[in-house]
Each structure stands twice: as structure tokens, then as C-alpha cells.
Design a protein around this ligand. Structure first.
Ligand code: FMN
Length: 350
């Protein structure tokens, strides 16, 4: 008996990772209709866009799906930190003729909010997942009121225990190999971060709720190996990035297809929080971790115009090329086919 299938009502224990900025409802719908759990990343959606995406999902699948939110605390703006960050980027502003005085500071990603719950309630998504911990208890209670199952990422054993104690129905053990933002929330110490196959069995031993493995899993053998180590399911992101249903940019797709995808780094340059992406010019020249980058999500504001100008000129030098350490599973095939293939070894095993 697969506890994840029981908990989430899916046929296959494959969760398509929510990936803000590179996918919308189309990928989620394709994966859910194939029997996995499709996910809609909502961190960068305003209420109207959220409403539209949820309506699209409800119209195109009757299967369970997941909506995903960040639940960071919005930092207070710090003018001196912002100035130091802009000074570090000054040579690039000069290169692209950007007047930093025209860049509005401010957050591009909002934490989960009462406004978002108001929109969600009408659609009652069956699964809600969070990154960076859990939202305040009152908001979580509203999500539970329509019967949603709650998932969140843990990057350490302590975080897994914390999530279990605060009401997560299942825990995503996010190993260091994973692409995109680390879900780390109890500490800022990157030495606390474990690889997937070190983290997974230790989390399985520590908690009673089902554990979902994430990070570096890119084929059916990897899925089967994670299940063997006690995972109730897997969450896979990077491998879906070349699917036609993803909105991954042409520059990002090209980087994923190239040998450059073999070298990734954990970097805080693009948003202020550590996230894994393919090493590009900004990471090479500033170093992956900056002590002056403003806290999440404020670092992104000053990068945005550089990214826009460079991308318009055909360069990914300032783009976050999020990817896990194993991009070998990225293929230009429909997400439904990828989902079925990822689960293939499990079905054969009966
Ligand atoms: C492009 C990209 C964007 C991501 N965005 C999110 C996000 O919005 N919310 C989230 O919870 N996780 C996000 N993640 C992390 C995934 O949930 C997951 O931990 C990761 O993809 C698993 O590792 P893998 O990429 O090696 O499969 C993202 C990952 C990638 C690759």
C-alpha cells in the first residue's frame, strides 16, 4: 500500500515540483491527468492570475492537484544594504546603460496571505504545499477547513520534526541536489544541508508522516531507489523543465541542454536566498554567495533590469537558470509521458 497515494488520492507517487517562473497551469494539468500530482506555483501570482490559473485547472482536470506558496516573512527594507548591493552591481549597470536611480526596490514575491486564501477557498485545492516553513496557524486552519492536505519542504531532520509538530500531513525531504530555492527555514547554516540519500532515510526514521524525496531524482531507477529508502513518493522538478507544457525560456532551455548544466551552484544573488542554478556570468564574477545581497526576496529588484536587457540581447548572464544537479532527465517529451516513465520501474515491480 502506498501511503502517499492514499493521502493524496493519486495513482502514481510522482509529484511534479511547483516551479515558480517556469510553469503555470498547463504543466500541472498534464501531470495530474497522467495520474501524478501536478503542482501550480503561486509565489509570483497576484490574486487575479491565481484565480485564472485555478479556473483553468478545475476546467481541465478532475484529478487531485497541488498549489504551492512561499511563507517567508517579508523583510524590512534596509537602504544601506540596498545601496551596497547596487554598488556591487554598478559595473553591470554601466555596461548596460541602466540608471540604478530608476529601479524601484521592493519584493517580487509575496508570502502566503489571507488574500490568497480568499481566492483558494472557492476552488478548494486538495493539496497545498509550502516552501520556507508553514504559514501562521490561523491561515493554515483556513486551508484545512476545506479538507486540503498540507505539505512542506524540510532540508534537515530538525525542520522535518518541526513541520510534523506544526501539522504537515507529509514532508518533502529536499536534498542538496535540488534545483531552485532551498526550503531551509530554521537556520541559515548551509553546512546543515544534506544530500537527498543522506537526508531521506534519516527523516523517514524521525517522523511518522509520509516522506517525499526531492533533489537529483531524474529517472525511473532514481524513483525506485528513493522508494526503497523509505520514501512514500518523490517530487521532481528539473526533469520537467524541457517539457512543452513548461514555460521555461529559450535561454534556460538552451543552458539545460548544454554541458553547462553539469555545473550548478547554490547562490543567493538572484533573490537573497540560497537556490541552485546553472553557473552563469553573474555567479562566476560575484561568487555564488554575496554577503551584501539584500534578504529574500529583495535582492531580485536590482537584478531585474539587468536580466531584461541581457536577455533581450540573447544572454543568460543575469538570469536565474534554476536547475538541480542532475539535468540528465530533461527531455522534450510531453509531461504525461515523462510522468509515466518516471513511475515505470514501480509499476513493473508491481
Ligand atoms: C526551476 C525551479 C523552480 C522551483 N521553484 C519552486 C517553487 O516555486 N516552490 C517550491 O516549493 N519549490 C520550487 N523548486 C524546488 C522544487 O520544489 C524541488 O525541491 C526540486 O525541483 C527537486 O529537485 P530536482 O530539481 O533535482 O528534481 C523549484 C525548482 C526548480 C528546478
Amino acid at each position: 500500500m502506498n501511503r502517499l497515494s492514499d493521502l493524496l488520492g493519486v495513482d502514481l507517487p510522482i509529484i511534479q515540483a511547483p516551479m515558480a517562473g517556469v510553469q503555470g497551469s498547463a504543466l500541472a494539468i498534464a501531470v495530474s491527468n497522467a495520474g501524478g500530482l501536478g503542482s501550480l506555483p503561486c509565489a509570483m501570482l497576484g490574486p487575479q492570475a491565481l484565480q485564472q490559473e485555478l479556473a483553468a485547472i478545475r476546467a481541465q482536470t478532475a484529478k487531485p492537484f497541488n498549489v504551492n506558496f512561499f511563507c517567508h516573512r517579508q523583510p524590512d527594507p534596509d537602504a544601506s544594504r540596498e545601496a551596497a548591493w547596487r554598488a556591487a552591481l554598478a559595473p553591470y549597470f554601466d555596461e548596460y546603460g541602466i540608471d540604478p536611480g530608476t529601479i524601484a526596490p521592493g519584493p517580487a514575491r509575496q508570502p502566503f496571505s489571507a488574500e490568497a486564501v480568499d481566492v483558494l477557498a472557492a476552488f478548494a485545492p486538495p493539496v497545498v504545499s509550502f516552501h520556507f516553513g508553514l504559514p501562521p496557524a490561523a491561515l493554515l486552519q483556513r486551508v484545512r477547513a476545506w479538507g486540503a492536505k498540507v505539505l512542506s519542504s524540510a532540508t534537515t531532520i530538525d525542520e522535518a520534526l518541526w513541520l510534523e509538530a506544526h501539522g504537515a500531513d507529509a514532508i518533502i525531504a529536499q536534498g542538496l541536489e535540488a534545483g531552485g530555492h532551498r526550503g531551509i527555514f530554521l537556520s541559515e547554516d548551509l553546512n546543515s544541508q544534506l544530500g537527498t540519500f543522506a537526508l531521506l532515510p534519516q527523516v523517514v526514521a524521525a517522523v511518522k508522516v509520509p516522506v517525499i524525496a526531492a533533489g537529483g531524482i531524474a529517472d525511473a531507477a532514481g524513483v525506485a531507489a528513493a522508494m526503497k529508502l523509505g520514501a512514500a513518493g518523490v517530487q521532481i522538478g528539473t526533469s520537467y523543465l524541457l517539457c512543452p507544457e513548461a514555460t521555461t525560456s529559450a535561454l534556460h532551455r538552451a543552458a539545460l541542454r548544454s554541458d553547462a548544466s553539469r555545473v550548478t551552484a547554490l547562490t543567493n544573488l538572484f533573490t537573497g536566498r540560497p537556490a541552485r542554478g546553472i553557473v552563469n556570468r553573474l555567479i562566476r564574477e560575484l561568487g555564488p554567495i554575496s554577503t551584501v545581497a539584500p534578504p529574500f526576496p529583495l535582492a531580485a529588484a536590482a537584478i531585474a533590469p539587468l536580466r531584461a536587457k541581457a536577455e533581450a540581447a540573447g544572454h543568460a548572464d543575469f538570469s536565474p537558470l534554476w536547475s538541480g544537479q542532475n539535468a540528465s532527465g530533461c527531455r522534450e517529451i510531453p509531461a504525461a509521458q515523462l510522468t509515466r516513465e518516471l513511475a515505470g520501474a514501480l509499476q513493473r515491480a508491481g
